[in-house]
Design a protein around this ligand. Structure first.
Ligand code: DGP
Length: 118
């Protein structure tokens, strides 16, 4: 069983932010911003690639509610889902990162010089 399924089953503790019948939101163990919340479906899907559209849609509504409840909906935030090897996905259970609580930087994300992409 994957680590996020264990969080769903309460076999591993998490710092919970919000829960409904389909989804969980909890604080990331290794925060990259003052606010760093992970949102996962209770059902296991390996990544965004494998997840039905209706689940993604419901997750979107749930994430809007999370952003409002943690008070970052007006100040702004970023949602990221890492997918597969090139996406640097570590945990193979669909999750979205909600990042905020400060003005986030935006820069190039690859090791190579951006000029090489042109
Ligand atoms: P990624 O798969 O690279 O999109 O990121 C996985 C994230 O999950 C990473 O930011 C750290 C977080 N994480 C991994 N294990 C745990 C855990 O047991 N508890 C919590 N709260 N977060 C975890």
């Amino acid at each position: 069983m994957c680590i996020f399924c264990k969080i769903v089953n309460r076999e591993i503790p998490s710092n919970l932010v919000k829960e409904d019948e389909n989804f969980l939101a909890f604080h990331d163990i290794n925060p990259k911003a003052p606010v760093h919340v992970l949102v996962i479906p209770k059902a296991h899907y390996d990544s965004f690639n494998d997840t039905p559209g209706d689940v993604i849609g419901k997750m979107g509504i749930f994430m809007q509610e999370v952003a409002k409840e943690i008070g970052i909906d007006q100040s702004g935030y970023r949602i990221i889902s890492n997918i597969g090897d090139d996406g640097a996905q570590e945990v193979k259970h669909l999750h979205f990162h909600i990042l905020g609580g400060t003005h986030l930087k935006w820069g190039h994300l690859a090791d190579a010089d951006p000029k090489d992409f042109l």
